[in-house]
Design a binder for this molecule. Structure first.
Ligand code: HEM
Ligand SMILES: *[C@@H]1O[C@H](CO)[C@@H](O)[C@H](O)[C@H]1NC(C)=O
Ligand SMILES: *[C@@H]1O[C@H](CO)[C@@H](O)[C@H](O)[C@H]1NC(C)=O
Length: 504
């Protein structure tokens, strides 16, 4: 008779044998390149393909594939076939292909799983997606004036509360500092006030829960079950509960944007209260998840480069002078949206930091077999169900487009005191040279508001404070968010600040 041990060993042997057979089968059944398709690279390991190399350092991986295969190729990554477009002069031909290349299904699936609301399908929620996009116009053009004014007020409110005591140098961690201010000011600007609770305390508790959820966000995106992520489900539930209809109804000074979005969601009877709240939570994530690290990097680079900080501050001082404003404990700053637009140096410094820290993958799904036509009579057959991807860091770190691409040059986007828009690759002027906010149909609808927020944040701290690094270390990027948006720093860093001398 077989002992249990022998049985286990033989079962193990069977399983192992089966796996080896499966691998061999997979290996010989690998996809083969058909005529007219881009070069195909399956990688060595069946199913996994290039997932490990890609996950570790996408930019390095993509560059090595580019060396092997050229400017367009299909890589097999974790069971998916992804065709990468590496030549930025070709990006526009992919971006305009909205008919054959769809992003909504992909984004919808990911968002509904991550934020816990039912997938937005046309059958169940007619027009919901289009209606939502119409509302996002409140974040653009002159409609943005109101949000901008409100943000300015809230930033100064948070700022004054935080710094009322500061007279001498005070040391703080920079990421924490940014996170605290941006979260509270954005939250109040969008979602208004809770009339009962102490605003600062409540919002900082919400922020703590948000930070816990956000830390697990990359795992949710790659489909790790939430039950394996500790308290994440509970924290997410708490965050969703903030936006239940009975709670939302009590808030005052809710922005027109959120109010309109709420009214829209209320019209869809098939949505449960929980689903509506989850949509609001998703929007909260979209509105601060990237803005906080983006504000951090902009601040970090400016404080690290005193000459850049001085130049940007000079531009701000001039704006105040030319608008007849004084800085002082009893003055409020008024900078309109149009005035923010005129701050070219500040805008350039922010764009330069976005160039260095953004890593969002632009992904599309091929809807049916079709021929992708690129410039110069190039054409490639693509297969239904495959992905097509643009990874902006390949452009942002290209030494042909940006000399010394690793170096922060605050005035890279300025020429003759105006915004510089001419960047070249292979002698051609690039239509897309900076893509932190995605592209085409999936471009971030909050991008103008986001840049304004960061401008306002920097304006307030540069005008009111002197700042210096305390630690001399150079911090790097944490790659766990690669593909998803703005990268976080791999550690926090101490800096010190004190009130700047006021005008008399
Ligand atoms: C620096 C800050 C920000 C960055 C880098 C950023 C980046 C992005 C990117 C790359 C996408 C597209 C994702 C895709 O391709 O699927 C996106 C989508 C989105 N963003 Fe932003 N974003 C920022 C700030 C904001 C702000 C402040 C808001 C709102 C107040 C916002 C609202 C949204 C929304 C609602 C979407 C989804 C749009 C859709 O359904 O198509 N974002 N963002
Ligand atoms: C934060 O989450 C915890 C549970 O993880 C909960 O007890 C607490 O009430 C939440 N705070 C807020 C302000 O939602
Ligand atoms: C910064 O980049 C955005 C696009 O992301 C652009 O609209 C804006 O004009 C740029 N500003 C400057 C000063 O380059």
């Amino acid at each position: 008779m077989l002992s249990i041990n022998q049985l286990l060993v033989s079962i193990n042997g069977l399983v192992l044998g089966f796996l080896v057979l499966l691998l061999i089968l997979l290996f010989f059944n690998r996809r083969r390149r058909k005529p007219g398709e881009p070069p195909l690279d399956n990688g060595l390991i069946p199913y996994v393909g290039w997932a490990l190399q890609f996950g570790k350092d996408p930019l390095k991986f993509l560059k090595s594939q580019q060396k092997k295969h050229g400017d367009i190729f299909t890589s097999h990554i974790a069971g998916k076939y992804i065709t990468f477009i590496m030549d930025p002069t070709q990006f526009q031909y992919v971006i305009k292909q909205a008919k054959h290349l769809d992003f909504r299904e992909f984004a919808n699936e990911m968002a509904s799983r991550t934020f816990d609301y039912p997938r937005i399908t046309e059958a169940k929620f007619p027009q919901l997606r289009d209606n939502m996009h119409r509302i996002y116009k409140i974040m653009q053009g002159t409609a943005l004036d109101k949000l901008t004014d409100s943000m300015m007020g809230n930033l100064q409110h948070v700022f004054k509360w935080k710094f009322s005591q500061a007279t001498d140098w005070k040391i703080e961690k920079m990421y924490q500092f940014c996170c605290g201010i941006i979260f509270e000011a954005s939250f109040m600007t969008l979602y208004g006030k809770d009339p009962v609770a102490d605003g600062h305390k409540l919002i900082s508790e919400i922020r703590e829960n948000f930070t816990k959820f956000d830390a697990k966000f990359p795992y949710l995106v790659i489909n790790i079950p939430i039950s394996l992520l500790g308290a994440t489900r509970k924290v997410r539930e708490e965050l969703i509960h903030i936006f239940f209809p009975n709670k939302m109804a009590k808030r005052s000074e809710v922005s027109e944007l959120i109010q309109t979005r709420k009214n829209l969601l209320d019209q869809y009877d098939v949505l449960q209260d929980h689903d509506r709240a989850a949509h609001h939570f998703a929007f909260l994530w979209a509105s601060v998840g990237n803005t906080i690290p983006a504000a951090f990097w902009a601040m970090y680079y400016l404080v690290r480069h005193p000459e850049a900080l001085a130049a940007v501050r000079d531009e701000l001082d001039h704006l105040l002078q030319s608008t007849g404003q004084k800085r002082g404990p009893n003055y409020d700053l008024h900078i309109t949206r149009v005035q923010l637009d005129s701050l070219v140096l500040l805008g350039s410094a922010i764009n330069e930091s976005l160039r260095l820290c953004s890593a969002s993958m632009n992904i599309r799904v091929v809807q049916e077999d079709f021929v992708l036509e690129l410039e110069g009579d190039q054409a490639y057959n693509l297969r239904k169900g495959d992905f097509v991807a643009i990874y902006p860091p390949t452009l942002h770190k290209d030494p042909e487009v940006y000399d010394d691409p690793e170096v922060f040059k605050y005035d890279r986007y300025v020429e003759n005191e105006k915004e510089k828009t001419t960047f070249f690759k292979k002698g051609k002027k690039l239509k897309n040279y900076l893509m932190p906010f995605g592209s085409g149909v999936s471009i971030c609808p909050g991008r103008f508001f986001a840049v304004n927020e960061i401008k306002q944040f920097l304006a307030v701290i540069l005008l009111y404070m002197d700042m210096e690094m305390v630690e001399n270390k150079i911090i790097g990027q944490d790659n766990s968010r690669t593909g998803l948006g703005i990268l976080l720093p791999n550690s926090d860093i101490k800096f010190r600040y004190k009130p700047r001398k006021f005008d008399l």
